[in-house]
Design a protein around this ligand. Structure first.
Ligand code: BES
Ligand code: MN
Ligand code: MN
Length: 462
């Protein structure tokens, strides 16, 4: 049997085509219209695990979207790797900004991906990265090199808060027992410089509603005499940051884990070119909390951001109106030791307390999760680093990411297992944005690197 490198070379067209078929199904979890596509995607993932060689695969029903579970047991005395991924995707909106339709995958060359990248919603987050694991398993089974047991748990609600997965994990601790959890749902620094994600931020997501008068009013007859909920909401939101861009909610920073000067110096070593960062985003300047560098602001520091704001008249032309209501969706990214439920409560109390008497305020919590940090001296981390070093020719750099995969902290709590985040995406892959893509290089490199993780994990576990 050939090496993984030659196996990938031989089968790469099929690997790409299989992923393209998976990407054609619009498994958007946020929108109930796509429910049938969610089911169809779960079935496709199930079939792919069966074909790859799992000896048991099932669709597990939950109160929400189904979870695909699969396993291949070779010897109960050997370690078990649990692979987690998600088959649901973000909505494609705004669709008019896509250069090709979000669910009609095409390969296009880009400056960063001269070998081509697959453009489609979910290509990087997370169908493409999840499917690398299915193909790596195929290789290990075909070549008889699978060195341990493996379990797969692929969910369909990651993009909406993983409610059903929490439900599933709490009820299936024995079934999910493992020695390490392996996830490819993050990124790396560049195609020349791999990195391993050692931290994720937590999240608290809320929606606020500000109500003024009991109906929309003529803005001439009533303007100036009653509170305009949009004006009020804008002012309230603006007050949530001070002149140093620090969050003003009392107690918000109380539990924030501060890094030592040594740890910050270590972080500063990761390659980062400010000019290129600004250029890539077409920004004249960066912005953020005083006293912290860009790569700290987006990883080890908590944030508060409005994700959407609406109210009043936004149609064509002008309509003179004082709206009855204004709304906003607000997310807070949290860092280790901040508890998301506590932060949600601090936000709620503060937000209600700053409202002027002329309006009524409601805060509706959506979902959340805890942050995560993982040490770099674990067997899993070392195995991942050895795997990257072998396929990229340079060791991986540990990086704390700003993104969130709330279920990771829950895995540690419920399953008592550490998670290794072996991501192969790039920040420029536009996940959650129009024109999301995943480099063909990254996809194939992932398939090549994953079997090495298994090999070294088992070797180092002995
Ligand atoms: N895969 C992402 C998270 C991610 C991406 C982490 C890149 C690190 C680097 C995941 O699908 C995601 O989008 N998570 C959401 C949170 C979820 C609760 C909606 C996020 O971070 O906004
Ligand atoms: Mn993801
Ligand atoms: Mn995502």
């Amino acid at each position: 049997m050939e090496s993984i490198k030659s196996y990938v070379q031989l089968h790469k067209d099929r690997f790409i085509n299989e992923l393209i078929e998976l990407l054609k199904i619009p498994s958007v979890s946020a929108d109930a219209t796509y429910h049938q596509d969610i089911i169809k995607t779960a079935n496709t993932v199930k079939e792919s695990l069966e074909k790859a060689g799992c000896d048991f695969v099932e669709i597990c029903d939950t109160p929400g979207n189904p979870i695909v579970y699969g396993e291949k047991t070779i010897n109960k005395n050997l370690p078990t790797v649990l692979v987690y991924g998600h088959y649901d995707v973000q909505p494609a909106d705004p669709i008019e900004l896509w250069t090709s339709p979000a669910f009609e995958p095409v390969i296009k060359k880009t400056e960063i991906h001269p070998e081509g990248a697959i453009f489609a919603r979910g290509s990087c987050d997370d169908k493409g990265q999840m499917y690398m694991h299915v193909k790596a398993l195929e290789y290990m089974i075909q070549s008889n090199t699978l060195p341990c047991n493996v379990k797969f748990m692929i969910e369909g609600e990651e993009e909406i808060g993983s409610k059903s997965l929490s439900w599933f994990v709490e009820r299936n601790q024995e079934k999910l027992k493992c020695d390490v959890i392996l996830i490819s749902d993050t990124g790396m620094i560049s195609n020349q410089q791999p990195s391993i994600t050692t931290g994720l931020r937590g999240l608290s997501y809320v929606e606020v509603e500000v109500t003024g008068p009991n109906r929309d009013l003529h803005s001439g007859l009533y303007g100036g005499a009653v509170a305009n909920p949009i004006n009020v909401l804008a002012k309230m939101i603006a007050s949530l940051h001070d002149e140093n861009n620090r969050i003003t909610i009392p107690g918000f920073y109380d539990k924030v884990q501060e890094l030592s000067p040594e740890e910050r110096a270590e972080m500063a070593k990761a390659p980062f070119i400010l000019e290129e960062y600004k250029k890539a985003l077409d920004l004249n300047d960066i912005y953020g909390e005083k006293g912290y560098a860009t790569n700290e602001r987006n990883s080890i520091r908590p944030t508060l951001d409005v994700n959407g704001i609406w109210g009043g008249y936004t149609g064509e032309g002008a309509k003179t109106v004082i709206p009855s209501k204004a709304f906003a969706k607000i997310s807070m990214r949290l860092v280790p030791n901040q508890d998301w439920e506590e932060i949600t409560e601090l936000f709620t109390n503060h937000f209600i307390s700053i409202a002027p008497a002329g309006v009524k305020v409601k805060v509706k919590p959506h979902h959340g999760g805890q942050g995560y940090v993982t040490p770099t001296d674990s067997i899993g981390y070392k195995a991942a680093n050895k795997a990257y070093t072998e396929t990229f020719g340079v060791p991986a750099i540990p990086v704390r990411s700003g993104g969130s995969i709330p279920i990771v902290a829950l895995f540690e709590k419920e399953l008592k297992s550490k998670t290794i985040l072996m991501g192969f995406g790039l920040d420029s892959d536009a996940i959650h944005s129009p024109n999301e893509h995943f480099g063909v290089f990254n996809y194939l490199k992932g398939i090549e690197t994953i079997p090495l993780f298994y090999k070294y994990f088992v070797e180092l576990s002995k």
